[in-house]
Design a protein around this ligand. Structure first.
Ligand SMILES: Cc1ncc(C[n+]2csc(CCOP(=O)(O)OP(=O)(O)O)c2C)c(N)n1
Length: 350
């Protein structure tokens, strides 16, 4: 496993480029009707996920909502498996049955891809509970949008995480809009991070367009969580360049607003930082970009060639079905390592 400090910034820039080019190509393939269903693009927000992933270990847990392509790619899911999932093919990371909103990759500890706003936040708390219960030093990164913070599930989850002091970083990707509703019209607070204060969870605002700021803040928090488990909250100020989904013309915002954020583009910014410091030349950048485009084109070819899921699997994985996996071993109870996670009843009785 690669230690955090060795994650090369040029490599992370290359990851951002891969994410950007993947989504541009996905948008084109959607318009060509090769991709069906919903498709939400992350373009503009790349520094958040790459910065956060650069700050954690490969065995830490990641979970997010439906704007999830970048999270899977950043976690290490292959572009082929991601594109095939968009195409609904059997070789996709969710066997072609999940589509754009339900990327999943257990091997890389990417636990979705969830379509219902805020519904994954309690699941994230469950992942963090499991970490503490087993006495591990992993951390859960739970990403969600500004639209999630007024949902009941969000509040219940934050309360439990704080009460049990669970190792989790709640990462709110505040891109200013939940579909067409601006955050000022939906949220009573002036800053989202203040939601965390209500649960006694430390929180900070981060410039989500700046890869380095995201990485350093997440690294600092994760370091403190590994020493002594606790929840933390980060409000990442970011912006999505495209509409909410492929079918949204985004007429609720002005061109000038979009242009203002484009000037602060996370890829351009990291590129400029690295160039100024003599760590990247224009030729090297062009090569990285060329490689990203080639990888994505190869992923499209892979997806096109891949088979559809067999028709008889149509109803598989919809409900738990013991009959399909009769000999599946039950997970071993970690009795030896069981930790007292819940606070003692005597201190918390009503
Ligand atoms: C419980 C629930 N209510 C409504 C919806 C419809 N819906 C889909 S996306 C969305 C907006 C969420 O915005 P945000 O959480 O800010 O995430 P972003 O799209 O900005 O990434 C809504 C209301 C849903 N999926 N789930």
């Amino acid at each position: 496993m690669q230690p955090v400090e060795q994650r090369d910034e040029v490599e992370m820039l290359s990851l951002m480029l891969l994410i950007r080019r993947f989504e541009e190509r996905a948008s084109q393939q959607y318009q060509a009707q090769k991709i069906g269903g919903f498709c939400h693009l992350y373009i503009g927000q790349e520094a958040v996920v790459t910065g956060a992933i650069a700050a954690v270990r490969d065995d830490d847990y990641v979970i997010t909502a439906y704007r999830d392509h970048a999270h899977a790619l950043a976690r290490g899911t292959s572009p082929d498996a991601c594109m095939a999932e968009l195409f609904g093919k059997e070789t996709g990371c969710s066997r072609g049955l999940g589509g754009s909103m339900h990327f999943f990759d257990k091997q890389h500890h990417m636990y979705g891809g969830h379509a219902i706003v805020a519904a994954h936040i309690p699941l994230a708390v469950g992942l963090a509970f499991a970490i503490k219960y087993r006495g591990e030093d992993r951390v859960t990164l739970c990403f969600f949008g500004d639209g999630a913070i007024n949902q009941g599930a969000f509040h219940e989850a934050l309360n439990l995480a704080a009460l049990y002091r669970l190792p989790i970083v709640f990462i709110c990707e505040n891109n200013l809009f939940a579909m067409g509703t601006s955050v000022q019209r939906s949220t009573s607070l002036r800053q989202i991070v203040d939601r965390a204060e209500g649960y006694d969870i430390p929180g900070e605002i981060v410039d989500g367009m700046n890869f380095r700021e995201v990485r350093d803040k997440v690294a600092e928090i994760v370091d403190s969580i590994r020493k002594e488990p606790h929840p933390a909250f980060l409000e990442m100020r970011t912006y999505r360049y495209r509409g909410h989904s492929m079918s949204d013309p985004a007429s609720y915002r002005t061109k000038q607003e979009l242009e203002k954020y484009r000037l602060d583009d996370p890829i351009t910014r990291l590129r400029a930082q690295l160039t100024r410091e003599g760590k990247l030349t224009n030729e090297q950048f062009d090569l990285l970009d060329k490689r990203a485009k080639e990888t994505v084109l190869a992923a499209v070819k892979f997806a096109e060639k891949s088979p559809q899921p067999p028709l008889d699997t149509l109803y598989d994985y919809t409900y738990a079905d013991g009959a399909t996996e009769p000999d599946r071993p039950r997970p071993v109870e970690p009795a030896q390592e069981r930790r007292e996670v819940a606070p003692s009843p005597s201190t918390n009785s009503p």
